[in-house]
Design a protein around this ligand. Structure first.
Ligand code: K7E
Ligand code: CUA
Length: 662
């Protein structure tokens, strides 16, 4: 084993040396000779971490192993996915319902793993829909989207979904301020300052994972960008960065970069809870979808909720404060102790670090610098712990290790800078290839960072990969942070544009991984729990085919009596009770996708035949040596035909000699 990995290391070093000629100088010097050894996970061995990576404008989330960078799974969240039938099957369509109807796409930026006592617990991972404001919860037993909640009074759910220490809340701050849903939205755009408002939402997560909007806080019309919950001593608070305190509504590039400082908004959510209890929140009429997938019925339901509770800081003193933060803050990150809040002004020359203790003191002393839209503004000097000087250009996001160090990404200068929280001294910097956005340390946003690695999620790859036409691979880079100096270990391409990611030790998740769904528990009303329940029924112009699938046939596999103008619902139940034996189901000409049905599950494909004829059906997932035999036929007759409904498996064989090809 030892010699083997040595060999790998030598080979990798040779490869690196042989390609330096066509690489920028920094690229090769950044890779250490032992990089291959440190990322090599031998065949049959497991990775140490699961890495959940946002898919940006793909609307998906993807799951990689670390340190290998191997892709395990793409989880469709806000996007339809033909691979899994998600958003195409009748059972999953409701997951993508919104108050705007069916929205089969979104822009997923941020990942939040559930926490207990500020430590990742491996139950769920949350993701935000940035475009049509939504928060999704993925169940990590099944790696499937279990719930999607739309956020009303919001337009651009970017500052989301950041989670509190015990998963009490995931938050959602609106990127765009807009006229609120219960007001007349038909106003001139240049009445922004009069009519546009911001909101931040606190979405409660109960012990089963179910989300509901506990309350919203109405704010002045700024753009909320990112957020982090307090932890430890700052538990009970959430910090939201915001820009456009100028309240510009056009050419924000210039007009929202006027002021020397924008804000981090500090929200005391324990106080907010008290105000809600005391009846200070106003009930407002809104409409938003709440979609839940049940593992018992194997189906999603979508309800439109009609009301939300809104707190106005004007009526709720001591709940919300603004803290000045230099020039258009983006990232807003809290350290493992909860004492430090790190702002990252995209256009700033320093990284301001705020002290929670000082924030509390400034509040007690009323050390304010006036107010902004009626909300007290804390004095910058009074809450500042210090500034990291000359760190780099364009700081975006900061993560932490367990040893008191912070890692900040710099988009403009394309680097990761390591600095120390105690004295704000820069300790190390490494280049990224290129233009890093978020970065992520396993457990980095929690009270207990697991450390070991920092991963850069890059916006541009230029020459790092084989060219693939006009659009090049998106990419991540893995760095070793176990020593004093950061060391580049690996590049790996990603699905969609990666923004944020969170990594978690594999054993916190793999032990809970679901293997099958018990067929006895299947409560899908269209399930056929055995071949004797398989049948085809006509209801007006609907044909319901209750089909079972088991290696390697469908029951029934010959269906006749369908007429043009009918809609056929194939309700396919996978009778297997073995791990890793899904069956697929497809029919020629269907205007949707396949079904991919897990063991014990029922899924439904709706098909409207467009012509008379005989159509093949088949299993799409290679399930046995006789997978290719897992097929059948469905006959579609003319509208007036008198062909009766018949169905069977193994009983309809033709007779006579094998036909000659004439
Ligand atoms: Cu910096 Cu949308 Cu978190 Cu991307 S955001 S990088
Ligand atoms: Cu079932 Cu292939």
């Amino acid at each position: 084993m030892k010699t083997f990995s040595k060999l790998i290391a030598i080979t990798a070093a040779a490869v690196v040396t042989s390609i330096v000629g066509c690489k920028p100088r920094g690229a090769q010097s950044a890779v250490g000779g032992d990089a291959a050894q440190k990322t090599y996970v031998a065949p049959g061995k497991y990775d140490e971490f699961y890495d959940f990576v946002s898919g940006g404008f793909s609307g998906q989330m993807s799951v990689y192993g670390l340190p290998s960078g191997r892709l395990f799974r793409v989880i469709p969240v806000f996007s339809v996915d033909p691979e899994k039938g998600y958003g195409y099957s009748e059972e999953t369509k409701a997951m993508l319902n919104t108050s705007h109807g069916f929205v089969p796409w979104d822009d997923l930026h941020h990942i939040a793993l559930s926490e207990t006592n500020g430590i990742q617990d491996g139950r769920w991972v949350f993701g935000n829909g940035n475009n049509t404001p939504r928060i999704a919860r993925i169940d990590l037993k099944t790696f499937r989207t279990a719930e999607i909640l739309e956020i009303p009074n919001s337009a651009g759910n970017h500052s989301s979904p950041f989670i509190t220490e015990n998963s009490e809340y995931v938050v959602a701050g609106t990127r765009f301020s807009v006229p609120l849903d219960n007001t007349n939205g038909d106003v001139p755009i240049n009445t922004y300052r009069q009519n546009f408002k911001g909101t931040v939402s606190f979405v409660h997560v109960d012990t089963s994972g179910r989300m509901n909007i506990a309350f919203q806080i109405q704010t002045p019309g700024v753009n909320f960008d990112l957020a982090r919950a307090g932890k430890g001593k700052s538990h009970g608070w959430v910090f939201f960065s915001c820009y456009n305190s100028e309240q510009a509504n056009t050419l924000l590039e210039v007009n929202a970069s006027q002021k020397d400082k924008d804000f981090i908004m500090c929200v005391n959510w324990k106080k907010a809870e008290e105000y809600v209890k005391a009846g200070k929140a106003e009930k407002r009429a809104v409409a938003y979808a709440h979609n839940v997938y049940s593992e018992l019925t194997h189906s999603a339901t979508s309800e439109i909720e009609k009301e939300v509770l809104v707190l106005d800081p004007k009526n709720c003193p001591d709940m919300v404060y603004f803290m000045p933060c230099p020039k258009s803050p983006h990232g807003c990150d809290t350290d493992p102790s909860g004492e430090y809040i790190v702002g990252s002004g995209k256009l700033a020359a320093v990284i301001p670090v705020f002290s929670f203790t000082k924030i509390q003191k400034a509040i007690t002393d009323k050390n304010f610098d006036g107010d902004y839209g009626g909300i007290p503004v804390l004095k910058y000097e009074a809450v500042l712990y210090g500034e990291v000087q000359i760190p780099g250009l364009g700081p975006l996001h900061t993560e932490f290790d367990a040893d008191g160090n912070a890692y900040t990404s710099f988009f403009v200068s394309s680097e990761i800078v390591k600095w120390r929280l105690s004295d704000l001294k820069v300790l190390d910097r490494v280049p990224t290839y290129y233009s890093v956005g978020h970065l992520s340390v396993p457990g980095g946003p929690t009270r207990k960072p697991w450390g070991k690695y920092v991963i850069a999620y890059n916006k541009i790859t230029k020459d790092r990969y084989l060219p693939t036409g006009p659009e090049l691979a998106q990419s991540a880079q893995l760095y070793d942070i176990s020593g004093e100096k950061m060391k580049l270990l690996l590049d790996f391409p990603t699905i969609g544009e990666p923004h944020y990611a969170e990594a978690i030790p594999a054993d916190l998740i793999m032990k809970n991984s679901q293997k099958i769904f018990r067929i006895e528990d299947n409560q899908n009303p269209f399930a056929a729990k055995g071949d004797n329940n398989a049948r085809v029924e006509r209801k007006g112009n609907e044909i319901h085919a209750y089909i079972t699938a088991i290696r390697s046939h469908f029951t029934p596999d010959n269906i006749e009596g369908v007429k043009l103008g009918d809609v056929v619902y194939f309700h396919v139940t996978n009778l297997e009770q073995d791990w890793d034996i899904p069956h697929g189901f497809a029919v020629k000409g269907a205007n949707n996708a396949e079904l991919l049905i897990m063991p014990g599950e029922t899924q439904t494909l709706a098909w409207k035949p467009d012509r008379v004829g005989v159509f093949p059906i088949y299993c799409t997932d290679f399930c046995s040596a006789l997978h290719q035999e897992m097929q059948g036929y469905i006959r579609v007759s003319a509208p007036g035909s008198n062909v009766p409904i018949t169905f069977s498996t193994g009983k309809n064989e033709g007779t006579g000699p094998i036909a000659q090809n004439k």
